[in-house]
Design a protein around this ligand. Sequence first.
Ligand code: SF4
Ligand code: ZN
Ligand code: ZN
Length: 319
Amino acid sequence: MACSKCGTSQAFYRREQEGVILCKKCFLDSVETKVRKTIVAKRLLEPNDKIVVALSGGKDSVGLLRILWKLERRFPPARLVALTVDEGISDYRNEAVAIAKETCNELKVEHVVISFEQLYGITMDEVASGRNELQPCSYCGVLRRKALNEGARRIGATKLATAHNLDDEVQTALLNVMHGDVARISRVSSVPWKTSAKFVPRIKPLAEVPECETALYAFAAGARFQSIPCPHGGDALRGDIRTMLNRLELKHPGLKHTIYGSVGRLSEMIGSASMTRKFQACTTCGDPTPNAECEACIMLRALKTTAHATDKLEFAQVG
Ligand code: SF4
Ligand code: ZN
Ligand code: ZN
């Protein structure tokens, strides 16, 4: 079967919601074009930006780095740096860091690694082994967000690009609704906004690319990426939402894009309210926060107290 775009090459991928069949080259071009259009339409980048790409070593971030690297070459004043957060997860993150390094060496992109241990004095393995109130992912998400901002700030970035794809964005929006946290919907937006000089504006150039296409892009581009799952598991509710959305998308192609569009419009309405929120310096770390202390510092204190109590308990049990 011939490609719907070039009419010559062999079919590689069928994009249901557009009713087209693409060859490998046209598929790769179409994803890059989609990302470029998102960047232009939402004014995600300026020609002289210093862009830090959050590079986990997974399919999405490896694909994003490759796409931004191609774009950057067309805008010589822009600079690209990759930042990997090492959460301290044995038999998992080491491989991802190695893949991230290898990718950066190949593309000749500067690579910086920042670790939870270095920043917070605790690893995710220690968090997961403690008797804590929340699931490991709840701590990991907050601490990784803070680590990325800290790393990007140290590098002197003007934008922090994360590899959230369409599925991530739609799942997060539904999760926020299910948790009753409507105000957080304003964060599901790929438009960069700056609430404080200490926050590096975040952009999500892959927000309109579905997960199946980010995976296929990395594969078709011949990229190496990590595919083993994290041993600390994922969020169970997010997993259920993912399954439900994938079933619905099969029956109703384009549904994820429709939900994303609706969330974007809602986000614009709520976003203006969020942007007027007052921020103050966290009493512990000095980062901007709407409360007296930031979420990460509150979590870290609880984690360290639990770790201490667990050590004492285990010592008493051994004794
Ligand atoms: Fe962190 Fe959870 Fe992701 Fe593992 S699955 S890296 S613990 S957020
Ligand atoms: Zn083609
Ligand atoms: Zn703090």
